[in-house]
Ligand binder design. Structure first.
Ligand code: F6R
Length: 607
């Protein structure tokens, strides 16, 4: 969603700001802008639409300023248009600022300021911040910002320029991430470290903190204006593997990176035959006294949870429920100190998942987050954290982070199964051995790439595609349908195969494509008979299965068979690959914006 960059150094700021905004494009946005400052004052250039539109405006403007802030906006308050794009400048031109987050009391503040004669020029919640800063300005911009922050209810990450102090960028944070760095380029500000390549270490602003960023130093302050000592965190090399490395799209690169994403995550926490999570542990007594497990997430992370729910419940022998975070928030739950509530998120910034986590904490549950982005809001806000090691994921449609989430959830399954005495020593060892083999199984499935490319012809030109399966195959069907619809813009639905005849089958007609996911022997015959049912109504069936079961799908029109799997309870990571590739190649045929699908954002920081 919205993204912030800032630069202060010895070189012109525009290339840094525009370059940074382009790196943040993957998060999703509908307008972009920058503000530059020098002794002559503040200049703002902003435009609706893609960064290319902003570049066209900048092309006409020669600005050598070495200090500036930039923003990509994903509209919440006010339509996407030039006047609502950030940066927002205060009425007298004293302050210009960029904002991520939402100001919940903006309407009240707007009324108050208008009554005092302030004239607003946009419909955004953000503009009340620049207006308040100007109102409270007494010659000290930091004091003005601190007084402004006291009035704000909601969340914000702010980059602020003050016309009277062109040698600094002011920063503030509450609830939305904001990072700073100093290196040979100068002072850098960003909401997502992808914005600047080659970062070695970053400073993370915490809630309620402020910072003054200059070319060669940063001052950190608390809400009382007292100096804070802050140490930077070092970034691992892998965290900035941001290039496409020869691939046409990040999505294809990330699909290919899945064997590594899965294996790195699975193996990082294995010490011999022990599973050790540095950020989470339960004694045998604690594990045995658990009464329930909730798995809470959104989108694909929810689909990973839905798949793992079957495996956890089977192996750990506890009631286990996967719940969509936006539903979890508004529903009654039975959470006590022995309830394990697991929150799964690539970004660690998804608003609904964060709110669900806070609810579980308030109700006294034991919270564990499974997160890909280190130090994200969820990672630091839960009792325990397990990091997935997928590396930076750029394509909006998740693939490698989804696989890594499955790896972490399988580890949690083995960890709890052993501690609760539900997995015998032998079965525990077998489970871990199978887990170690999944990277190779994903690699085997990747060999189906050209077959998927050719089969994608089935879907192009269709109106509706149905995905069916049972148990973990159903969770996988849901992920296949989500991948296909979000990047190819084709209508897709996933159904539990046995549910078809309770309504949905009336939609099947001559030529309707049905993708039947059937990787598990225990329900194979049942899904095969569902295939017969849809075939009898004219469906065109593509069966996704293992090689050994392919001969059983004689009724299917096409078969996509992945190499045989060692453990069908753990079939989802390899099974996901052909579904991801089918959606990728369908979207490619249809000329869709694969890495940045319309209306979507990589990190959904609003409710
Ligand atoms: C789909 C996709 C989304 C995310 C969802 C949750 O490909 O990427 O459905 O899975 O928005 O995001 P995180 O995992 O960041 O909480």
């Amino acid at each position: 969603m919205c993204g912030i960059v800032g630069y202060i150094g010895a070189s012109p700021a525009v290339p840094y700001l525009v370059g940074g905004l382009e790196k943040l494009e993957y998060r999703g946005y509908d307008s972009a802008g920058i503000a530059l400052i020098d002794r002559q004052g503040i200049a703002v250039i902003r435009e609706k639409g893609r960064i290319d539109e902003l570049k066209k405006l900048l092309g006409e403007e020669k600005n050598e300023s070495t200090v500036g802030i930039g923003h990509t906006r994903w509209a919440t308050h006010g339509e996407p248009c030039r006047k609502n794009a950030h940066p927002h400048v205060s009425q007298k031109g004293l302050f210009a600022l960029v904002h991520n987050g939402i100001i919940e009391n903006s309407e009240e503040l707007r009324q108050e300021l208008m009554a005092e004669g302030y004239v607003f020029s946009s419909e955004t919640d953000t503009e009340v911040i620049s207006a308040l800063a100007e109102k409270y300005y007494d010659g000290c911009p930091v004091r003005a910002l601190m007084r402004t922050a006291e009035r704000l209810v909601g969340s914000y990450a702010l980059g602020v320029l003050c016309r009277d102090f062109p040698d600094r960028i002011l920063c503030a944070r509450k609830g939305s991430p904001l990072l700073l760095a100093l290196d040979e380029r100068g002072g850098l500000l960003f909401s997502d470290k992808v914005a600047f390549e080659g970062l070695r270490e970053v400073y993370r602003l915490e809630d309620g903190e402020f910072a003054v960023l200059k070319q060669d130093n940063i001052t950190f302050l608390d809400a009382m204006g007292r100096n804070i000592d802050k140490s930077p965190s070092r970034l691992a090399g892998d965290e900035y593997d941001a290039g496409k490395q020869g691939y046409a799209h990040f999505m294809l690169k990330e699909i290919d990176q899945q064997p590594r994403a899965f294996s790195r995550t699975a193996e990082a926490y294995l010490q011999g035959e022990d599973i050790v999570f540095p950020g989470f542990s339960l004694s045998e007594d604690q594990a045995r006294s658990l009464d329930m497990i909730y798995l809470v997430a959104c989108g694909s992370a929810y689909n990973a949870a839905a798949a793992a729910q079957y495996t956890l419940q089977q192996i750990v022998n506890l009631p286990c429920r996967s719940v969509i975070a936006s539903e979890f928030r508004y529903t009654r739950h039975y959470i006590g100190k022995n309830t394990l509530c697991v929150f799964i998120s690539q970004s660690g910034e998804t608003a609904d998942t964060i709110a669900a986590m806070e609810l579980a904490r308030r109700q006294g549950g034991r919270t564990l987050s499974i997160i890909n982005v280190p130090d994200s809001t969820m990672a630091v806000g839960s009792d325990g954290v397990i990091y997935t090691l997928a590396g930076t994921e750029i394509a909006v449609a998740t693939t490698k982070a989804y696989s890594a989430q499955l790896a972490a959830l399988y580890l949690v399954t083995a960890y709890l199964g052993k501690r609760r005495g539900e997995l015998s020593e032998e079965n525990y060892r077998l489970f871990l051995n199978h887990l170690k083999g999944i990277g190779a199984e994903i690699k085997g499935a990747l060999a189906l790439r050209s077959r998927c490319e050719s089969l994608s012809r089935i879907f192009d030109g269709q109106n509706d595609i149905y995905f069916i399966g049972r148990k973990t195959d159903y969770a996988l069907a849901a992920e296949g349908a989500l991948k296909m619809k979000e990047i190819s813009y084709l209508h897709c639905e996933a159904y539990a195969a046995g549910e078809l005849k309770h309504g949905t089958i009336s939609l099947i007609e001559e030529g309707t494509p049905v993708v039947a996911v059937c990787l598990r022997k225990d329900i194979l015959k049942k899904t095969v008979s569902n295939i017969s049912e849809v075939k009898a109504r004219g469906a065109f069936v593509l069966a996704v299965t293992q090689e050994r079961y392919a001969p059983l799908f004689s009724e299917a029109d096409e078969i996509l068979a992945i190499p045989d799997l060692a453990d069908e309870e753990l079939s989802v990571p390899a099974g996901a690959v052909p579904l991801q590739l089918l959606s990728y190649y369908t979207a490619l045929r249809r000329g869709c914006a694969i890495d940045k699908p319309r209306n979507l954002a990589k990190s959904v920081t609003v409710e």
